[in-house]
Design a protein around this ligand. Structure first.
Ligand code: ZN
Length: 182
């Protein structure tokens, strides 16, 4: 079975940056499982996986535009320390900010007196992404998975914005629903 839109794909992957430093990878024996063609992983990688099948290896390099975008320096700005409502603020810490475009992760770049400089770019913005992927499995999605637009079950990523369950009494078969966004 080949990878195409609305099939469930399991991949082992390794992601390194231009210097060969590891950014992210799947755990040994725990592949990433996602619903292909539904925006669950970055589109640039989906393009390279399209048409591949179980056992295939894919090595590709994505430019920022196909990955997490170019850096936008206007997303680096200064806020008052009081905005952090008493939390400890230190360089490198990440906070969730709620702005016009919904929740956004900002990273603290510097702290000077009461002024905190933050960067709202995606941490991988501007990075070239080197992927090393092995296709572990390809299967048909269930009707429910298609309806939700994501995978259910072991190792699937859940974001249940439109699932009105509390986790315990969800009608997703395996009851693995959780309310969280990522
Ligand atoms: Zn669901």
């Amino acid at each position: 079975m080949v990878i195409e839109k609305n099939r469930v794909v399991s991949i082992d992957y390794k992601l390194v940056d231009d210097d060969g430093d590891l950014i992210d990878s799947s755990e040994e024996g725990e592949p990433l499982v996602y619903l292909h063609g539904n925006g669950n992983i970055i589109p640039g990688l989906e393009k390279h996986l399209e048409g591949k099948k179980q056992g295939d290896a894919v090595a590709c390099v994505l430019n920022p535009v196909d990955g997490y975008g170019e850096r936008d320096e206007s997303l680096v700005f200064t806020v008052g320390k009081d905005e952090f409502e008493g939390s400890e603020v230190d360089v490198g810490m990440q906070f969730e900010a709620h702005g016009e475009n919904g929740a956004q992760i900002v990273t603290v770049v510097s702290v000077e007196g009461d002024e905190v400089k933050v960067d709202a770019n995606h941490p991988l913005a501007g990075e070239k992404l080197h992927f090393d992927v092995k296709v572990v499995d390809v299967r048909e999605a269930s009707a429910e998975e298609l309806e939700h637009g994501h995978v259910h079950g072991a190792h699937g990523h859940h974001h249940h914005d439109d699932c009105d369950c509390d986790g315990d009494d969800c009608d997703c078969e395996d009851g693995s629903c959780e309310h969280h966004n990522h």
